[in-house]
Ligand binder design. Structure first.
Ligand SMILES: NC(=O)c1ccc[n+]([C@@H]2O[C@H](COP(=O)([O-])OP(=O)(O)OC[C@H]3O[C@@H](n4cnc5c(N)ncnc54)[C@H](OP(=O)(O)O)[C@@H]3O)[C@@H](O)[C@H]2O)c1
Length: 334
C-alpha cells in the first residue's frame, strides 16, 4: 500500500481510502451489516488505514457500522476516520446547514456513533451558501483548537469558497469528485490545492460503479439507488459511457494486463491526486486493492484515455445532480 503524509498534521494515510456511503444503505438500494463490517475489515487487512464516512450516509447508519467495525478490528490509534458535517435531514430530505449550532451538535453525535473521542479528519460536506462561510470555518477552528478534530477538510468547495474558509481556519484537505469521467477539478481546484498544500482526497474513483467493469446495457438498479436519476446511467448517455468503458478496458488490458477497475484507480493516483476514495460494501470488492500497486500510467496512456473520451462521450456530464439543496426551507418543511 502507498501512504501519504498530510501537510500540517501527523497523519500518514493510505492513498486508497475506503468509502462507506453505500454501507449506509440510503440511496444505494439498502445494505447489510455483517457484509459491511467484513468489508471494512477486508480493507484494513489490505493496508487501507483511512475510512471515509458521513452522518448523512444512512442517517447515522454508516457511522455506526464504521464505529463497530473499528472497535471489533482493534487498533483505533492506527486507523484514520474521516467524517463530515453540515448536512441535516428531515423526513429523508437533505439540506445544507453550516451554522455553528449544527456543527457543534453534529460532532457530538458523530463521536458517539463512531465510538471514539476524536475525529482524524472532519470535512464540511457541502458549502452552505445561505450564510457566510466564515461562520462554519470559525466553528471548525474551535473544534480543531480543542483537538476534538485532528485535521480540517472541506468537500465540494470551489477555489473561492476555500479561500474564504482559509481566512478563518487552517485547511488540510479537500474532498472533490474526481475520476476518468468527472474531471471538473482540473480547471482550478486541483492546482489551487497543490499550491496551498491542501491534500486532495478525491471521491468516486469508480464513477459510482461505471468504471468497475461490471456494467452493461440494460443494467438495472434496485430501490432508492441514486443511479436511477444519475444522468450518466440514463440513455442516451449510458450507452456512450459504456462504449468508452469498453475501449478503456481494452487499453488497460493490452498495455498493462490490468482490469478497468485497477486502471481507473491508478489513473486518479497518477494524475497527482494524493488520496482516492473507493466505495465498497462487499468484502470481495476489496480483493483488487493489491492490483493497484507497483505500476503506473505513462504519458502516452494518459493521452490515449483523453482521446477515448473525446471520441465516445458526446455530451459529458458531471456529478452535479448529487448536490443537496441549500438550507432554504419553507415553514411547512420545517
Ligand atoms: N463528499 C461527498 O460529497 C461524496 C460524494 C460521493 C461519495 N463520497 C465518498 O466517496 C466514496 C466513494 O464514492 P462512491 O461510493 O460514490 O463511488 P465509487 O467508489 O466510484 O463506486 C462505488 C461503486 O463501485 C462498485 N464497486 C466497488 N468495488 C468493486 C469491485 N471490486 N468490483 C465491482 N464493483 C465494485 C460498487 O458496487 P455495488 O453498487 O455493487 O456495491 C459501487 O457501485 C463514498 O462511499 C463516500 O465515502 C463523498
Amino acid at each position: 500500500m502507498e501512504y501519504f503524509s498530510i501537510a500540517g498534521t501527523n497523519s500518514r494515510v493510505s492513498r486508497i481510502a475506503l468509502g462507506t456511503w453505500a454501507i449506509g444503505g440510503w440511496l444505494w438500494g439498502g445494505t447489510e451489516e455483517k457484509n459491511s463490517i467484513d468489508t471494512i475489515h477486508a480493507a484494513l487487512s489490505k493496508g487501507v488505514n483511512l475510512i471515509d464516512t458521513a452522518p448523512v450516509y444512512g442517517f447515522g447508519a454508516s457511522e455506526q457500522i464504521v464505529g463497530k467495525a473499528v472497535e471489533t478490528y482493534g487498533g483505533r490509534d492506527k486507523i484514520y476516520l474521516s467524517t463530515k458535517v453540515g448536512l441535516e435531514w428531515n423526513e429523508g430530505r437533505v439540506f445544507r446547514n453550516g451554522s455553528k449550532d449544527r456543527v457543534m451538535a453534529e460532532i457530538e453525535d458523530s463521536l458517539k456513533r463512531l465510538r471514539t473521542d476524536y475525529i482524524d479528519i472532519y470535512f464540511v460536506h457541502w458549502p452552505d451558501v445561505t450564510r457566510p462561510i466564515a461562520e462554519t470555518a470559525r466553528a471548525m477552528r474551535e473544534l480543531y483548537e480543542q483537538k476534538v478534530i485532528r485535521a480540517v477538510g472541506v468537500s465540494n468547495f470551489s477555489q473561492g469558497q476555500m479561500d474564504a474558509f482559509r481566512s478563518e481556519c487552517p485547511l488540510h484537505l479537500s474532498q472533490p469528485p474526481y475520476n476518468i469521467f468527472e474531471r471538473g477539478i482540473e480547471s482550478s481546484v486541483k492546482s489551487y490545492c497543490e499550491n496551498n498544500r491542501i491534500a486532495v482526497m478525491a471521491y468516486g474513483a469508480l464513477c459510482r460503479g461505471l468504471l468497475s467493469g461490471k456494467m452493461a446495457k440494460g443494467y438495472t438498479f434496485e430501490g432508492d439507488d441514486l443511479r436511477k436519476v444519475d444522468p450518466k446511467f440514463n440513455e442516451p448517455r449510458f450507452s456512450q459511457y459504456l462504449e468508452a468503458v469498453e475501449k478503456l478496458k481494452l487499453l488497460a488490458d493490452k498495455k498493462f494486463g490490468k482490469s478497468i477497475l485497477a486502471f481507473s484507480v491508478r489513473w486518479v493516483l497518477d494524475m497527482g491526486v494524493p488520496i482516492t476514495i473507493w466505495g465498497g460494501r462487499k468484502p470481495s470488492q476489496m480483493d483488487p486493492i493489491d492490483e493497484i500497486e507497483g505500476w503506473s500510467l505513462d504519458l502516452a496512456t494518459l493521452s490515449a484515455v483523453d482521446s477515448i473520451l473525446a471520441e465516445y462521450i458526446k455530451s459529458p456530464v458531471g456529478p452535479e445532480f448529487m448536490a443537496p439543496p441549500t438550507g432554504l426551507r419553507t415553514a411547512k418543511e420545517l
